[in-house]
Design a protein around this ligand. Structure first.
Ligand SMILES: *Cc1c(COP(=O)(O)O)cnc(C)c1O
Length: 363
């Protein structure tokens, strides 16, 4: 018998979100970003659902090899490039394109030359100040890479820190400021990749030849102030667990570790088979919503490792065996994340491997 908890991945939602991006991408190629186990949705599912994307973007060589093993024949890009010399052979063997963001990477490629065919994307730091070369360094980096036997430059990339429309117009790193720093690079012929989900949806004018779409494909808005309905996307994941016990408690009784939640009235408390070891944050406060039997039931007390409790006093239909949606169609992951001061991305990625992933083909 398995524990009554699972995530369900809605394959049609993944596919229709990709189609939605296809429209806004307006002729640009789409890299489907599938790092972090496809934002918790399972690489296998993503490889299937995103078969119409032009490429997959991953973080590690291991993920790229898995995608190849799963039958992905189109392009694959390492978003942060390789991390050690030992990865370089695999770039050739599995035809994996790599970002180049630092000179140590160029040195490594030189040391291991000649290569048969390594395709590089030069990463430009246009103001986010994480990875990349400054734009004036780009021609030299380009020349250095092209001088290594078997290495070619196929693209230029940058990443926006704040492409959401609600970001301050006079903030330190607006899209406009970052574009200005990119200068004429953005007009390079072919291989320019600028936009993440937010820029793809909200700043189509940034252009480029391809986009890197992550969160939007999974049906979460990159800007919590802009709804899924406005964007025409649908959550691809339902995280749910069942009620395994119900307690009737008197006013003044407390629930869970630390006795944080205290009953103000005679209360029905349902215990749900999901805890922080499943990826439901322990930092979630009392009152955070769950969805059960068609109604919202608030979290009651600190989340335990393997369980959490909800107040179902006002949901008399909720009982042992009832399915509780933790996030999904009714509890949007971004809205829930807001309760504990984070973003939907983190909750999706933090889903624990012990939670079984099921597939729903039809909805
Ligand atoms: C993760 C990542 C993306 C995808 O970002 P979303 O906001 O999920 O669309 C794009 N580009 C790079 C470099 C990334 O690391």
């Amino acid at each position: 018998m398995s524990r009554p908890i699972s995530v369900t991945i809605h394959m049609n939602a993944l596919r229709s979100n990709l189609e939605r991006v296809r429209v806004t991408a307006a002729g640009r190629d789409i890299w489907a970003v599938v790092k972090a186990n496809a934002y918790g949705h399972g690489l296998t599912n993503a490889v299937q659902a995103f078969e119409k994307a032009e490429g997959l973007a991953v973080l590690e060589v291991g993920e790229a090899i898995r995608a190849r093993t799963l039958g992905w024949k189109k392009r694959i890009l390492l978003l942060e490039g390789f991390f050690e010399d030992a990865d370089i052979d695999n770039l050739e063997k599995y035809d994996i394109e790599t970002v180049i963001h630092s000179t140590w990477m160029i040195d490594a490629l030189k040391r291991h030359a000649p290569h048969s065919k390594i395709k590089c994307h030069i990463k430009i730091n246009s103001g986010m100040n994480r990875l990349g070369f400054l734009n004036f360094e780009c021609p030299e980096v380009h020349a250095m890479l092209e001088s290594i036997p078997g290495v070619s430059v196929v693209g230029v990339m940058t990443h926006f820190a704040n492409a959401e429309p609600t970001y301050l117009a006079d903030g330190p790193a607006t899209v406009d400021k970052q574009l200005a720093r990119l200068g004429r690079l953005k007009q390079l012929d072919g291989g320019v990749c600028l936009a993440n989900s937010a820029a793809t949806l909200f700043r189509p004018e940034v252009g480029g030849d391809s986009v890197r779409a992550g969160i939007v494909l999974y049906g979460a808005s990159p800007d919590k102030h802009i709804s899924n309905a406005e964007l025409g996307i649908r959550p691809a994941m339902t995280f749910a667990a069942k009620i395994i016990a119900v307690q009737q408690i008197a006013p003044g009784e407390a629930v869970g570790y630390g006795s944080r939640w205290v009953a103000k009235r005679p209360s029905r408390i349902a215990v749900v088979a999901c805890g922080y070891a499943d990826g439901y944050p322990r930092t979630m406060p009392d009152g955070a919503p769950t969805y059960v039997e068609g109604k919202i039931a608030p979290l009651a007390g600190a989340v335990s490792m393997d369980m959490l409790a909800i107040d179902v006093t006002d949901v008399p239909e909720a009982d042992i065996g009832s399915v509780v949606e933790l996030w999904g169609e009714h509890i949007l992951v971004n809205d829930l994340a807001d309760y504990c001061g984070t973003i939907g991305y983190e909750l999706l990625c933090a889903l624990a491997p012990r939670v079984p992933i099921r597939i729903s083909e039809n909805n």
